[in-house]
Every structure is written in C-alpha cells, then in structure tokens.
Design a binder for this molecule. Structure first.
Ligand SMILES: [Zn+2]
Length: 435
C-alpha cells in the first residue's frame, strides 16, 4: 500500500449507512475511506497489513460532512434582509429586490459564505448562482456539491430569441469541479418555454436540476383540481393557467413539463398536498427542507412528519443569509426536530433520520451518493468528507438527540477529501491537528 494513512477516531462515529459505532474510527488514505469500524478493530486491521497510521482522536462525535442542499452563497452579504420578519413570500421579495439592486461584490460575498459553510462542518453544497462573479465559490473553496446557474424572469419570446443560448453558455462556463447544473428559479418566475427546455439542456450534458417549488402560497393546488386539460390549451405560463381558472398545483405543472426526476431536487416543498408529495416520490425527486428560511419569510411550516412517514427523500438546506440567520445546517436540523414532533412524529428514530437527511440525503439529492466521487456517508471507498462535533458522548440515543437538537455552532473540525480544512482551537489543542 502506498500513501499516508490517517486514523480519525471519536467517542461515537455515525457512518449513516451503518449503525452508530461507540469508540469508532475510520482510516483514510489519499482522500478516500479505507476502513470503518470499532477503533480497536480498525487499528488491528491496519497493523495486520503492516500499515502505520497517524491517529487524530476526538472526544465527541465524528460523522459525514454536512451537505447544505439549498443555499445561495452570493447573498451572504444580504443579512440585513434576512434579519427581519416577513408576512409571506411576496412581502419578503420586495425587501430582497431592493437590496439586490444595490452594488455588491458577489465574488467576495460567495467566498465568505463558503468559509462559513466550512466552519459549520459543511463539505458539500447545492449553491444557486445568479451572478457570474459568484460562480467559482465552491470551486475556489474546494467544497464538493453542485453550482447551479439560476434562470429567472424569461418570457417565452425572449427565451427563444436569446435566453436559451445565454443560459447554455453560462452553464458551460461554470468552473468544475464541483458538479454543475441549472436552477430554473420557480414555476411562476419563468414562462413555459424555458421550463420545457432547461431539463433537456442539462440532460444532454448529464448535468443536474434544482428548482424552488412549493415555497410561495400561490403554488398550492386550488379548487377545482386536479384538471390536466390545461396543457392542451397553449397557455404561456402558470399565471395564464390561473387566469384561465386551472387550479393545478405548481408541482403538477412542472411535472407535466418534464422538470422532475432523480436528476432534479427541489427546495422548500412547503405548499404540497398528499398528491404533490406522491408525484415527487414517483419521480425520485428529493426535497431540500429549509425551515428557518420559511419562518423568516412568514411561510407555513413544511410537512416534515408527512415526508418522513411517507418515505420521501429529504435533505436539509439553510437557504441564504437573505432569509436565514446562519449557514449552519445543524440549526435547521434542530428546527426540523421541533416541527416534526409538533406535527405528531413520535418514533424514536427522528434524530437519526434527520442527521441522515443532512448528510446522505443531501448527497442523494445532488446525485453524489453513488459513483467514484461518492460522499455523504462513511463507508469504504467513499470520499473522506467528515465533521467532528463538540457533543459529549453519553449513550447512543441521547448523544444523537443532543447532536440533532444542539449541534448548531458545535462543529469542531471539517475534513474534505481527507484534508483537515477547518479546526477550532479546542480541536487543535486536543488532537494536535491543525487546518
Ligand atoms: Zn433559495
């Protein structure tokens, strides 16, 4: 065997795709996981193979790096918008648009957001990019994930005349790694032609899709519905559908346009009926839940308990600082814990399922849970994307609960592809490892 081996060990290791391991360890070589198991077993396995390893031991929790499945890093400088409280999506959008129109250094703001994400234990991000200066934030920070070029406000006519060519050029200009994709903003902010074309543009390239869906109350299904005759009417937009009296939900609408699929994940998923959620499951489309952003904007709470009970693929996103207090995914996990319990979810696996949503769930939402670059869980052959949390070990169940409810602000060390990229002073003092 060649290359240095590092043994990362902790009081509790959460592989996510296997049960929690008390006094566990993972061995890492060349950015990839070599062994996962009990610390003593991993050590003896290495010794049996004649491999010397340097050990980094942490009294706390070691888990896969967090995956922020929905944010806009370039809005990191727009916290003045996110600090207020709004009465709904349209109210928030007025405040957002006023600040967005000012002059910004999008590159610097996105870089600052990437640094914050790393410090919160995030190793992969679904980053929606609206301005080209912000496009290289993930690439420059060495974060994994997908940079999605945002497509917004195109009429059918302008799209055909110039929009499509401009968007294809913008997509092809995104720096890689990380992965790339397109984000048609929302069903109501684009007319029908771009919503039809964008899935084909990404699918021709094997790229990814991401859309805000079920975030604005206007997207909910209205009576009378369901009625699928709308797509035979030659209507130009969701707005025209509504004017023509069709009550179809935005989810049903984009489904008919071919937007959904396993290569697409949605953000928010708040205004969703049983039928909408069934459509998402049938298409293999995951939902990035962003409950703190929903609260700031004044939306209803997402139907977390329903998603969990129905077995929908879920992930966790912070959204941007223009609608959320921080880029700490763990703060949204805590909020989802509280919402799910209020909504009647009583099973004892809640913490474990939401921690899985914040790691493997996010990787799955972006198609990063399989293939040679797989991440979001701790297993042999996956990328060594790891986070250490300053949460003391008591017993398995109580520690998972404490992590899910109080993990925010307690990321102590962040490892991307085997390299320690962020460490608190406490982490460096205890382990001797520095970023
Ligand atoms: Zn968003």
């Amino acid at each position: 065997m060649t290359g240095d081996v590092i043994l990362y060990s902790a009081s509790l290791v959460l592989p996510i795709t296997a049960p929690p391991i008390v006094d566990g360890a993972i061995a890492v070589r060349g950015g990839t996981i070599l062994h996962v198991g009990e610390r003593a077993w991993v050590r003896s396995s290495l010794a049996d193979r004649g491999v010397e390893a340097r050990e980094v031991h942490w009294d706390g929790v070691l888990m896969p790096g967090l995956v922020n499945a929905h944010t806009h890093l370039q809005y990191t400088g727009m916290a003045s918008v996110g600090d207020a409280q709004y009465e709904g999506f349209e109210h928030w959008a007025v405040a957002f648009n006023a600040i967005y129109a000012l002059e910004h250094d999008w590159r610097a703001a996105a870089a600052e957001g990437a640094a914050m994400a790393l410090a919160h234990g995030t190793t992969a991000v679904a980053d929606v990019v609206t301005d080209a200066e912000a496009a290289s934030a993930l690439h420059d920070a060495g974060l994994h994930g997908i940079a999605y070029w945002e497509v917004i406000d195109w009429s059918n006519e302008q799209w055909r005349a110039e929009g499509r060519a401009m968007v294809e050029a913008a997509l092809d200009a995104l720096p890689s790694p990380p992965g790339t994709g397109l984000s048609p903003h929302a069903p109501y902010s684009l007319e029908i032609a771009p919503l039809l074309d964008i899935p084909d543009i990404v699918r021709e390239r094997g790229s990814r899709l991401h859309i805000h869906l079920g975030e604005s109350a206007i997207e909910r299904a209205l009576e009378p519905q369901p009625n699928e005759a709308w797509h035979e009417q030659g209507l130009a937009s969701l707005h025209e559908l509504r004017q023509a009296g069709f009550g179809t939900s935005a989810t049903d609408y984009v489904d008919h346009l071919g937007v959904l699929g396993p290569d697409c994940h949605i953000a928010h998923g708040v205004y969703m009926t049983d039928r909408d959620r069934a459509i998402l499951r049938a298409r293999g489309t995951a939902v990035a839940l962003c409950p703190r952003s929903n609260a700031v904007i004044g939306l209803d709470e997402p139907p977390v308990a329903a998603y969990l009970n129905e077995g929908s693929p879920i992930a966790v996103g912070t959204d941007s600082l223009s609608s959320s207090p921080s880029l700490d995914v763990m703060a949204d996990v805590a909020e989802l814990m509280r919402i799910a319990r209020r909504q009647g979810y009583t099973a004892s696996d809640l913490a474990e399922r939401l921690l899985a949503a914040a790691t493997l769930g996010g990787a799955h939402a972006m198609g990063l849970d399989v293939g040679p670059q797989r991440t979001g869980y701790l297993a042999v052959g996956a990328r060594a994307d790891l986070t250490f949390f300053d949460v003391p070990f008591t017993d398995r169940g109580a520690t998972l609960e404490a992590l899910a409810l109080h993990g925010a602000g307690r990321a102590a060390g962040t490892v991307i592809a085997g390299e320690l990229r962020h460490a608190t002073q406490a982490f460096t003092q205890q382990t001797g490892a520095r970023a």
